[in-house]
Design a protein around this ligand. Structure first.
Ligand code: GAL
Length: 992
């Protein structure tokens, strides 16, 4: 079949769409109620006899030179390849993955985009980890074209109906053709685009041709921080329609509270394809109401008054069925009764203040880019629930509609964001501002289109509690226009962080990203220098940047959020690492695919790894978002704070377990957002947690496990120390006149011949930089401490003692370390004292490292039972742990320092026969056990570089906290160590 291809519209700023149908609610019609009820949520799109999902294998032809795309395409003459729809062509063997954060891939010259010519020189203000103007000359880069073809059959019977085709997501635009003729054009990658195929359809085979361009005019509005993928990446649905088909459904719920009694009014708007009768039934939780009427001008409004219903919240996701029935169809919608309102400085859901325990969510998978299967979408929603996350911001576009359906069902609030970001417009002006397009009224129509299609598609969902105008596009008249549009159609508050960079400052809620805790406090107290943040609720649309190890310091935000009414919570950045999975299991990130510009591993910043295995970040977030918070007040008194808004404390069981074996289980009926004190004493005896060392130390703690009574599911575990740690008793530290058999002390330190020796770098002053140890432009201050020059100043031998004095010389610092090795009854007592001779600022770490053979693989320790650093340790509890060396580091996509264990009392390594033990002496130590040395780790870029070369045991007085410096505040002062202080590290080494 021959097609005359349009080669103009995608690059013509005057064309936004051609024949695209107006926006409407997403739903899947069924022939009748029974059929609508029979299909599970994730299958709904695939289970209706009225809707055919066209996803599957399609023909595909890639044009790396757009000039080679013929004016007239003969589909019979094309040498087609095959790809899977939905999919992204960069993940299917065409072009290659390309990761950039805040830059366009083409020269910034709005509204012009490259057409057939090569992409010319691209001016940029930052790249490869540094800031500064630069010009790139990309080679072989074009506005690539992908042509998709599929064939579907229509029987004579089906020809009696019309057909509508829906594209749920195509990047960057769609030129649609059917049976030899052009159907229309649409852009807006993450917005649904629908076309009427009825005039084109015929009996038998129907050919659908979709021309997809890498970029279109709309690409100026899609400069999000993500892999820039292309293709038909969400399902394509073909819907059969008759004149009595439902075109659109809308609902408005009004909450009325009088004398403590809550009643709802539900208005249902139904639009049919032609005038006819519509019947609406509301059913659920023992309620059933029906109303029916004929449409007028295809539309009718029906309402139900005085509804005494269960209210929907993320904590109580009560849903009702709403059946919209016509002569030929039944549309089943899920309705939730809830009211979201801003009241002064409070964000209220159903009249009560809420704190959003949120995360930013991108549609991303390592196998298919933007394409997610229903099972993957469901997994993400469930992972949120299991990690106490009750809010998703759909950064930075509307998600697959299934995610919203799941959030309705499971109970997750959604900040639903328009597909909009113009970050790369920064290069357009001096001083840089990304608001240039947002302030240009010529773009107004495109902005309004994105707000319109966001609202129209998603307006039925109770989970949506706020609309968001997009991300990082500055502020200006076009954002204002979007706001007006949304407010004219919806009662929900509108969020947009970008307003902070304009005179408007904020829409219905104040919003910022990555502020310091101090700044958050000033807003909470109403004394921000930005006045418009002081009179409305405040949301952290992004905070706690979880790149690599981290985020650190999240608890410092939550203490403030609970303390201030105006602080409505926030969304961690972000849910999952973006990376590309390869055969053999390796992952790649920016720069690994030959991108001529890229932002490295800045896309690996999730609390879950790309395959959704939780990283420590997920544990940190789950802990910070726990519904009940317990504090030890003193003696047998504890304070319980209910951090929820709607769930009474007695929905949970608290189990207290003391380290010496005492157990108590109880329920506390503390009200939401209130605290209550409790007297708790052990009522039973369980197994004691403590080992010999602890009994000597008389150390005690209590661990509180909180479970949901209804399901038995554990929601949190927290631990409180009841005593300070006392030094070891004198017994094993009794001095001896000579070192025991099996050890030598030389100028490098303690050697256990054949077992353990100081590592090549035995004294550690820094760690291998984590991602959060770098700043936004890529500086890595901790690296200043790499490669200290060691000079042994003196070795003094006494009776059963050796004192080694070492000087460590660095470009800006100089330290003296005096290490004393003393023979004692139990082994060798090591005491290292560090003194700064020159330099200032922070000392990242103070520790000593030993190397053992890789056969030393068994690790036993008493300390925090997972990765933990000063500002991210409470998610891990002190416990006795037995594991392997491989379990002691974390599989970050870019290897870096990881796996630290705080508060360790002892560690034992074993090769199955022999044992070496390090025991804390004056205070607990921080432990690291790695399968490679720090020097080796420094050179690693990917997981597969993590080759085992030994067992490296690190005993540390401290490591500084992690912070979120990669895109936010660095480690707070309270988790840092001033290098001008003197520090001491002491431990006992014993072996058998
Ligand atoms: C924010 C942006 C996100 C992401 C993040 C850093 O500024 O909104 O899209 O880029 O920084 O990972």
């Amino acid at each position: 079949m021959r097609y005359e291809l349009d080669k103009v519209d995608y690059a013509d700023a005057r064309v936004l769409e051609v024949n695209r149908l107006p926006g409407r609610s997403y739903f899947v019609p069924y022939p009748d109620r029974a059929a609508a009820d029979a299909v599970a949520l994730e299958r709904r799109r695939y289970g209706s006899p009225l809707v055919r999902c066209l996803s599957g294998e399609w023909d595909f032809r890639f044009y790396p030179r757009p000039a080679e795309l013929p004016d007239e395409l003969d589909t019979d003459a094309v040498a087609w390849g095959r790809v899977t729809v939905p999919g992204c062509w960069q993940f299917q063997g065409y072009d290659r993955p390309f990761y950039v954060n805040l830059r366009y891939q083409f020269p910034f010259d709005p509204p012009r985009i490259p057409t057939t010519e090569p992409v010319g020189p691209v001016f940029s203000l930052m790249g490869e980890g540094s800031v500064g103007p630069r010009v790139y000359h990309p080679v072989d880069e074009y506005n690539f074209v992908g042509v998709y073809r599929t064939i579907f059959e229509l029987s004579p019977h089906e020809m009696a109906s019309g057909h509508i085709v829906s594209f749920l997501g195509v990047a960057s635009c769609i030129d649609l053709y059917c049976n030899g003729r052009r159907v229309g054009y649409a852009e807006g990658s993450h917005n649904t685009a629908e076309f009427n195929l009825t005039p084109f359809q015929r009996v038998g085979e129907n050919e659908l041709l979709v021309v997809v361009r890498r970029w279109c005019t709309g690409s100026y509005l899609e400069c999000q921080d993500m892999f820039r993928n292309n293709g038909i990446f969400r399902d394509v649905l073909l819907r059969e329609v008759t004149l009595s088909s439902v075109w659109d459904v809308s609902t408005t719920v009004r909450r009325e509270e009088r004398a403590g009694r809550v009643r709802y009014r539900l208005c249902v708007g139904v639009t049919l394809l032609d005038d006819g009768e519509a019947r609406v039934t509301l059913r659920g939780h023992g309620l059933e109401r029906t109303a029916a009427a004929s449409t007028h001008d295809r539309r009718v409004e029906l309402s139900f008054d005085g509804l005494d219903v269960r209210e929907w919240t993320a904590e109580t996701p009560a849903l009702y069925d709403l059946y919209v029935e016509t002569a030929s169809e039944c549309v089943r919608c899920r309705v939730g009764f809830r009211e979201v309102r801003v009241d002064g400085r409070r964000l209220l859901v159903n009249g009560r203040p809420v704190k959003l325990h949120g995360v930013n969510h991108h549609d991303t998978t390592p196998e298919a880019g933007y394409a997610m299967t229903p099972a993957q979408i469901e997994r993400d929603a469930l992972l949120c629930k299991r990690h106490n996350i009750d809010t998703i911001r759909t950064s930075h576009y509307p998600p697959d509609p299934l995610l919203l359906e799941l959030c309705d069902e499971l109970g997750v609030y959604v900040i639903d964001e328009a597909d909009l970001e113009t970050h790369g417009a920064l290069v357009g002006r001096v001083p840089p501002s990304h608001g240039r397009i947002t302030r240009d009224a010529r773009w107004r129509e495109r902005y309004l289109d994105r707000a319109d299609r966001l609202f129209e598609r998603d307006k039925l969902h109770p989970c949506v509690i706020m609309w968001s105008l997009g991300n990082e596009s500055g502020g200006g008249c076009n954002a204002d226009a979007m706001y007006e549009l949304l407010r004219s159609r919806s009662g929900l508050p509108v969020h947009y962080e970008g307003a902070i960079h304009s005179r408007r400052r904020a829409y219905d809620v104040g919003s910022e990203m990555y502020p310091t805790v101090e700044r958050v406090i000033s807003v909470g107290e109403g004394r921000s220098s930005v006045r418009r943040l002081n009179d409305r609720p405040y949301v952290l649309c992004e905070y706690a940047h979880a790149m690599g190890v981290g985020p650190g310091g999240i608890e410092d935000y939550w203490r403030q959020i609970y303390a201030h009414e105006a602080l409505a919570g926030g969304c961690v950045w972000e849910m999952a690492d973006h990376a590309v999975l390869h055969e053999g299991g390796g992952y790649t990130y920016g720069g690994d695919h030959g991108e001529w510009e890229h932002d490295g591993n800045f896309c690996c910043d999730g609390i879950f790894y790309p395959d959704r295995t939780p990283s420590t970040g997920a544990r940190v977030v789950r802990h910070a978002y726990r519904p009940l918070r317990v504090r030890h007040v003193g003696g047998d008194f504890f304070m319980v704070f209910n951090a929820t808004s709607f769930t009474p404390g007695d929905a949970f069981t608290l189990r207290f377990e003391w380290s010496d074996g005492g157990v108590a289980e109880l329920v506390c009926d503390v009200d939401p957002l209130r605290q209550q004190s409790l007297l708790v004493r052990p009522t039973a005896q369980g197994t004691a947690d403590e080992g010999e060392g602890l009994r000597r130390n008389r150390m005690r703690w209590v661990t509180v496990t909180v479970t949901r009574r209804e399901t038995g599911e554990e929601v949190s575990r927290e631990q409180m120390a009841l005593t300070e740690m006392a030094p070891l008793g004198a017994g094993p530290l009794e001095r001896r006149a000579a070192f025991p058999e099996g050890c030598e002390v030389g100028e490098k330190g303690l050697v256990l011949p054949g077992v353990m020796a100081p590592a090549a770098e035995p004294l550690l002053l820094t760690r291998v930089s984590t991602d959060n140890d770098r700043d936004l432009v890529g500086n890595r201050p901790l690296e200043e401490f790499y490669d200290a020059r060691r000079e042994v100043v003196g070795v003094v031998r006494g009776e059963g003692s050796v004192v080694v004095t070492t000087r460590l010389v660095l470009p800006r610092h100089q330290f003296l370390c005096v290490t004393t090795y003393e023979a004692v009854a139990a082994g060798v007592l090591v005491t290292a004292r560090l003194h700064c001779e020159r330099g200032r600022g922070d000392l990242p770490r103070f520790g000593m490292c030993y190397r053992l053979d890789p056969s030393w693989d068994e690790v036993d320790y008493l300390g925090r039972n997972g990765e933990s650093y000063r500002d991210m340790c409470e998610q891990a509890q002190v416990a006795r742990v037995s594991c392997r060396v491989g379990d002691m580091t974390e599989p970050n996509i870019r290897p870096q320092e990881s796996g630290n264990r705080m508060d360790c009392q002892y560690v034992r390594l074993s090769d199955g026969e022999r044992r070496v033990q390090i025991t804390a002496v004056s205070r607990p130590f921080e432990l690291g056990v790695k399968p490679y040395s720090d020097e080796e780790l420094r050179g690693m870029l990917h997981r597969e570089d993590e080759v085992r070369t030994g067992t490296y045991l690190t005993v540390q007085a401290f490591q500084m906290g992690i912070g979120t410096g990669s895109c936010g505040p660095a480690t707070r002062p309270e988790y840092r160590f001033d290098c001008r202080e003197d520090y001491e590290l002491s431990y006992l080494v014993s072996w058998e």
